[in-house]
Design a protein around this ligand. Structure first.
Ligand SMILES: *Cc1c(COP(=O)(O)O)cnc(C)c1O
Length: 394
């Protein structure tokens, strides 16, 4: 037997993806002015961004970042534990803990790393990790990295989660779920999951990448909206690159949890601290997200307008009350064609295909932002209606 060649194998996998019409393509954004972007020289209205509150280009964030760069340079130049931890990081961690109603918070460079770090620090091979089937890839990867037994329950099905936990009654257990599901936009049954976890001595971990800034009083997220405290949901992961418009992430919880992560989360320990200027910008983003409730109010008005308009035009949507408003298309090639037609009509609404979503569940993942206007939504709905109708007839 001869040794298989890894690069050949990669190329074959790529060829299969191409054959199946599942190839992904990186598109370059030549210019961005809020939701107005330019791709391939064409001006498009962007309905794919996670900048839900319209903060990514806010003057106060630019100002905070440039000021911090002028003060302290660009790179943190070391890991947090080895001289990379600056006052900008410390201030942001305090702000995030206060906002989310947790004792402490710990910064990570990305949400992907925060999930990996927290799960690897908490779980080991003898444990069980129970997860929603539609969880973000980083939660799945975190469980894999930890070596714990991973069981995935049918989407939002608390009864199945309960059975899976009961299969290993003596194992230490973590139940992890997205707060808001990234490709579907619906909210997890958080209160039921919290009650189950409390009863069965299971630690509940929530990834609130899409809830933070968007849901709950002053935007504190899906847990705040559900009225769940640190005691109910001990591990909260939030990201700074979506509604907050910056980059990076954090885990919030008890002082004991954070102290433990500092010691054992390898994705925290063995990496350079995020640039302090990013932390400075994120601090201002948190202040704005909390104080400027009009951004959330406007966003939720646009969501209602989109859903009512879709209903009036006979466009089927998924049950979501968040800015993630997918239009189910099911067939991948059809989703690509509709997305292309939307682009011809000057809307950027990329098709999401397997493996990002289950087979046969392709969709346009439309996201709304406080930086959109009512007229943008009306035009989007009209374009959607004609693209869908053209595909039905053609
Ligand atoms: C985007 C996202 C992440 C990863 O966050 P990054 O900071 O972009 O790495 C994790 N979980 C969910 C649910 C996400 O949507």
């Amino acid at each position: 037997m001869s040794r298989p060649d890894l690069l050949d194998r990669l190329a074959r996998a790529q060829a299969i993806r191409t054959r199946d019409g599942l190839l992904r393509r990186v598109r370059m954004i030549e210019r961005a002015d809020g939701p107005r972007i330019v791709i391939d020289g064409k001006a498009l209205l962007n309905f794919a961004s996670n900048d839900y509150l319209g903060l990514a280009q806010h003057p106060a964030l630019r100002e905070a970042m440039t000021h911090a760069v002028a003060q302290s340079g660009v790179g943190a130049s070391a890991a947090h534990l080895l001289g990379g931890h600056r006052d900008e990081h410390a201030a942001l961690e305090e702000k995030l803990a206060a906002w989310t109603g947790r004792e402490r918070a710990l910064l990570f460079s990305t949400g992907y790393m925060a999930n990996l770090g927290a799960m690897q620090a908490l779980l080991s091979a003898d444990d069980i990790c129970v997860q929603d089937k539609l969880n973000h890839a980083s939660l799945i990867d975190g469980a894999r990295l930890s070596g714990a037994q991973l069981k995935r329950y049918a989407h939002a099905d608390v009864a199945v989660a309960k059975r899976q936990l009961a299969s290993r009654p003596d194992a230490a257990a973590l139940l992890a779920t997205d707060g808001v599901f990234s490709m579907d936009g619906d909210v997890a049954p958080l209160r039921e999951l919290a009650a189950l976890c409390k009863k069965k001595h299971v630690v509940l971990m929530i990834d609130d990448a899409h809830g933070l800034g968007v849901l709950g009083t002053d935007g504190a997220g899906s847990l705040a909206e559900a009225g769940l405290s640190q005691d109910d949901a001990p591990v909260l992961m939030g990201t700074l690159g979506k509604a907050l418009g910056v980059a990076g992430a954090f885990v919030a919880g008890s002082a004991a949890l954070i102290d433990g992560l500092v010691q054992f989360a390898r994705a925290y320990i063995f990496t350079t601290a995020m640039p302090p200027a990013l932390a400075a910008a994120a601090s201002v983003a948190v202040d704005l997200a909390r104080a400027e409730a009009w951004r959330r109010d406007k966003l939720h008005r646009l969501i209602a307008q989109f859903r009512e308009g879709a209903d009036a035009r006979g466009i089927a949507l998924m049950p979501s009350r968040t800015p993630i408003q997918p239009v189910p298309i099911d067939n991948s090639e059809r989703a690509l064609r509709i997305s292309q037609q939307m682009e011809n009509a000057r809307f950027y609404t990329p098709a999401i295909r397997p493996p990002s979503v289950p087979a046969g569940k392709a969709r346009l993942r439309i996201t709304l932002s406080a930086s959109h206007e009512e007229t943008d939504i009306e035009r989007l709905l009209d374009a959607l209606a004609s693209a869908l109708a053209a595909q039905r007839n053609g």
